[in-house]
Design a protein around this ligand. Structure first.
Ligand SMILES: NC(=O)c1ccc[n+]([C@@H]2O[C@H](COP(=O)([O-])OP(=O)(O)OC[C@H]3O[C@@H](n4cnc5c(N)ncnc54)[C@H](O)[C@@H]3O)[C@@H](O)[C@H]2O)c1
Length: 330
């Protein structure tokens, strides 16, 4: 694509959005970042703002249309803004999350329908896939074909699926190409690790750092698992999807292995800067879907994408980031 055209990255202050925006700037693109700092941070924007090819528009996508009037036919939208959080927050706020994500996504659909940018890349989620197919850590492989008939477990999963469906309708008969990347559980830096929206890995790291009795408490029996995907691998998937003009509009993005939460906790325990000697399980707390992992063969064949970051290494690097940040800012 032409470097003179712009890429609008919604959620540019978030974990994935800021990483994607940085990579696109490094590739020489002009990037417009949109965020309302609901969960993303101005700190994540600082490095982006230092680049003259970056422009920041502070806006609540669901309520403020001003930024969107500039989206033109040569532009691309990489849509990462949605309400995302760990499982405790998700199940305590299902309707709010559902409603907010519907409002955000319907606004993006309106922009796409009427202004017809070149491409919309939407970050979907494995949480939108049927819960009945996520009942074990060994057999629950998800591919694009099993998304329907739909039965996501949470309001979050449903809201993300509604976005997916509405985007399909919005681009029907239009020139805009839709590319949906259904991501498994993403981890990496910069992430939220110290508030109630933290996701499982940063939340566990934080518990380990602040433990008073050298124990690490894990929700559930630890046998539940996820296919953990490093944020750098998400960036690679977005780069690969940019300008994609092939036959498919939906890609499953994740590793082909499910790592249990007990395994994650043990890997955290093994980090040299973590002072934990036992992991304890709390079966009274929610675990969500039991397990899932990805069949990413379509992404490999069509986009040349496959995950590259080895989990233990990515996790240990994240632990270093969190400890450094915690020590510098507590
Ligand atoms: N993190 C994961 O494990 C994961 C897994 C699958 C899919 N995804 C998807 O990837 C995308 C990015 O996730 P993330 O982990 O970077 O989350 P994040 O919370 O770090 O980033 C989302 C960003 O969107 C912003 N935002 C929220 N509401 C907004 C609004 N109304 N207007 C403008 N900005 C708003 C937030 O402030 C935040 O900066 C989301 O769409 C999410 O559903 C994430």
């Amino acid at each position: 694509m032409s470097k003179a055209s712009r890429i609008f990255v919604t959620g540019a202050a978030g974990m994935i959005g800021s990483s994607v925006a940085a990579a696109l700037l490094a590739d020489g693109h002009m990037v417009v970042g949109i965020d309302n700092l609901w969960r993303g941070t101005s700190r994540n924007l600082d490095a982006l703002k230092a680049n003259p090819n970056f422009e920041y528009r502070h806006a609540d996508i669901a309520a403020d249309r001003n930024w969107s009037f500039d989206v033109g036919a040569d532009d691309t939208i990489v849509h990462t803004a949605d309400i995302v959080a760990g499982i405790g927050f998700v199940f305590a706020n299902e309707w709010t999350i559902f409603q907010k994500n519907l409002l955000i996504n319907t606004e993006i659909a309106r922009i796409v329908h009427f202004q017809q940018p070149r491409q919309l890349i939407y970050l979907g989620t494995a949480c939108s896939y049927p819960q009945g197919l996520q009942r074990s850590t060994e057999g629950s492989v998800l591919s694009e074909e099993v998304k329907f008939p739909a039965d996501p477990e949470s309001g979050y999963g449903w809201s993300k699926l509604m976005g997916d469906i509405e985007f399909r309708l919005a681009v029907k008969g239009k020139r805009t190409r839709l590319t949906v990347l259904d991501l498994h559980n993403v981890y990496g830096w910069p992430c939220v690790y110290r508030d109630n929206t933290a996701q499982v890995i940063p939340a566990l790291i934080m518990k380990a750092i602040t433990s008073q009795d050298r124990s690490l408490s894990v929700w559930g029996d630890g046998k539940q698992g996820r296919a953990f995907l490093h944020v750098n691998d998400v960036v690679a998937a977005v780069r690969a999807a940019l300008g994609y003009a092939g036959a498919h509009d939906n890609f499953m993005i994740g590793p082909d292995r499910c790592t249990t939460i007990a395994e994650v906790a043990d890997l955290i325990r093994q980090h040299p800067r973590i002072g934990i000697d036992r992991v304890v399980f709390d079966p009274t707390k929610p675990t969500g879907d039991i397990g899932r992992y990805a069949d990413a063969s379509r992404a490999k064949a069509e986009l040349g994408w496959e995950p590259r970051v080895e989990f233990r290494q990515g996790l240990h690097e994240l632990i270093d980031h969190v400890i450094d940040d915690w020590q510098a800012n507590r």
